[in-house]
Design a protein around this ligand. Structure first.
Ligand SMILES: [Zn+2]
Length: 170
């Protein structure tokens, strides 16, 4: 793994990135962990359909996604769910109303750098009187897809493909 060319501390090239996680400089001894990033995704079902978003940016542009995103520092996963659904869709759902479903590891390649994530998948109910307002930098449209008409290969991320497959079996 060589996406850093130099040590950020001493600029040595005598460096190694071990197991996608542990950066080490063999000259100055700097060690830096790029730990697994926590992320969330939310499955919302209504009338036999599941709410998908269509990604408006890389990675996986134009493919189906679930609403969600990366956890901020000092945030619970349920708070991430609430914040991301507000930002992406203008949905108001309290953190207490997200129900844990399962976790799934994922690879997230952003601008040439591979990140390892752990995606925590939750379910939630659609509130009454929703007024969708899409965050267009991230989402081009939403699609309600009947459960029997979901094509898993149209879902961009492996983790969410597996989570949706498990959800449909549950
Ligand atoms: Zn160094």
């Amino acid at each position: 793994m060589s996406y850093f060319k130099f040590c950020p501390n001493c600029a040595s090239q005598n460096i190694e990135f071990i197991n996608h996680r542990r950066f080490e400089c063999f000259d100055c001894g700097m060690v830096y962990f790029q730990n697994v990033a926590a992320a969330v995704a939310v499955i919302i079902e209504k009338d036999g359909k599941i709410l998908f978003t269509v990604r408006n940016r890389e990675p996986k542009m134009d493919m189906l996604d679930l609403p969600g995103g990366f956890t901020d520092p000092d945030e619970t996963s349920e708070e991430t769910c609430a914040r991301e659904l507000k930002e992406e869709l203008n949905l108001d759902i309290s953190p207490a109303h997200f129900k844990y479903f399962k976790s799934q590891p994922n690879d997230y390649l952003y601008k040439g750098i591979p990140y390892k994530t752990e995606d925590f998948v939750f379910t939630a109910r659609l509130p009454e009187n929703v007024n969708f307002n899409l965050e267009e930098s991230e989402i081009s449209e939403i699609r309600w897809i009947k459960k029997e008409e979901i094509h898993l290969n149209e879902i961009g991320f492996d983790s969410l493909r597996k989570a949706v497959a498990d959800y449909l079996r549950s």
